[in-house]
Design a protein around this ligand. Sequence first.
Ligand SMILES: [Zn+2]
Length: 78
Amino acid sequence: MEFKRCVRCGCFFMSNNDVCCNCESKDRFDIAKLNNILEEDLNFNSIQDLSIASGVNLNNLNRFIANNKIYGIDNISL
Ligand SMILES: [Zn+2]
């Protein structure tokens, strides 16, 4: 366990995750939303388009991609 700063809200917490327990559920919600969007429509030209369409900010989006949380992202040219 490490003492970390949450990448979403900036609070300090003890965990091996990147986000605090409050933000964990927000992450899950964002990831589910992104995966739903990608299942339906793969006509995104960039990560930025996906960010706008989903309302998930680019920082979080890039973090999810880096952690392999988003399926179907291979169809988007990065
Ligand atoms: Zn947080």
